[in-house]
Design a protein around this ligand. Structure first.
Ligand SMILES: [Zn+2]
Length: 316
């Protein structure tokens, strides 16, 4: 699942590609991942893209009022609105020339005023698209935690150190921090030398600060390298990211730790495969790694089950 660096990469690409463009028309394929498909068809045409923002693991495409339209929506909202785009596991969004044949699994096409189409493709349709008025957007954004790139030393420690949950679970919990997923949680814990199963409450404030710095350094470096392409992540130009070459823990079970040469181990923490070095990241009492996967070892593939503050039946 795309995490903060991948979503930031896509958002930056879209900013270059579609800012200022007006939507002419909307055509939809399968719509089971769209909150209110009729709202897209009714409200998008005539609006311009005014900004592309990342919020946690989703994007907000900010839309102008419809040209010359000063109506106020029945909800009392002023006309500007937002399109929320969450890429789920396999979502991709990018502009294409309208004449170019549609890729398989293209479910949303927004015809733009420069002859291109902004297309959303999603093979597994775990993503989400929603047209949000100002009021719906405000409701959507309540309950999310701090942005890990902006969170202060004090706020980070406050959000982590008082909690009786495992640090891995806290990093994944979108109401604690927004935007961190399995890859960058494991990478930052490895860098900070903290075992994923330790309790937030057992971390010193010094350790919390070490973790915050590791997380920020890793996220920033991953953004520069345009994210990690694990399965099929592509940016808005259709290019894969490069940060996967710099992974030090994630996906490296049985391979030597880059610091101490001990084989990296895997354990299930917070319901997720968690990779760590048993030497550099000492385990709390009672926490065991899974046996190293040998030839007959099971390769676990799990769906992202990160805790989201909004529970509407979706796993994000
Ligand atoms: Zn090590």
């Amino acid at each position: 699942m795309p995490e903060l660096p991948e979503v930031e990469t896509v958002a930056r690409g879209l900013r270059q590609a579609i800012l200022g463009r007006r939507i002419i028309s909307v055509s939809l394929g399968k719509t089971d991942f769209i909150d209110d498909p009729a709202a897209l068809e009714e409200h998008l045409p005539g609006r311009r893209f005014e900004a592309v923002e990342r919020y946690g693991k989703f994007m907000l495409l900010r839309l102008s009022a419809v040209n010359g339209d000063t109506r106020v929506a029945p909800t009392g909202d002023p006309a500007p609105a937002s399109l929320l785009v969450h890429l789920g596991m396999t979502g991709q969004i990018a502009p294409s020339p309208a004449a170019q044949p549609l890729e398989k699994h293209t479910h949303v096409c927004l015809l733009l005023d420069d002859g291109r189409e902004l297309r959303y493709t999603d093979a597994r349709r775990f993503g989400r698209i929603a047209y949000l008025t100002k009021a719906l957007l405000a409701e959507e954004l309540t309950g999310f935690g701090a942005d890990p790139l902006e969170v202060s030393k004090e706020e980070f420690a406050d959000r982590i150190c008082g909690r009786r949950a495992r640090i891995k679970a806290l990093l994944l919990d979108q109401s604690v921090l927004r935007g961190v997923g399995n890859i960058y949680a494991d990478e930052s814990l490895w860098k900070a030398k903290i075992h994923p199963a330790r309790l937030g409450a057992k971390l010193s404030r010094k350790e919390a600060e070490k973790l915050r710095r590791a997380l920020q350094e890793i996220l920033q470096k991953a953004i520069v390298l345009r994210g990690s392409s694990i399965s099929d992540f592509l940016d808005a130009e259709g290019e894969p990211g490069e940060y996967q070459r710099h992974h030090r823990a994630y996906g490296r079970e049985g391979k030597n730790c880059y610091r101490c040469k001990t084989p990296v181990r895997r354990a299930i923490v917070a319901g997720r495969s968690s990779y760590f070095c048993p030497t550099c990241q000492p385990s709390p009492r009672g926490s065991a790694a899974l046996p190293l996967a040998g030839k007959n070892g099971r390769k676990t593939k799990r769906r992202d089950a990160e805790k989201s503050p909004r529970r509407n039946g979706k796993s994000w």
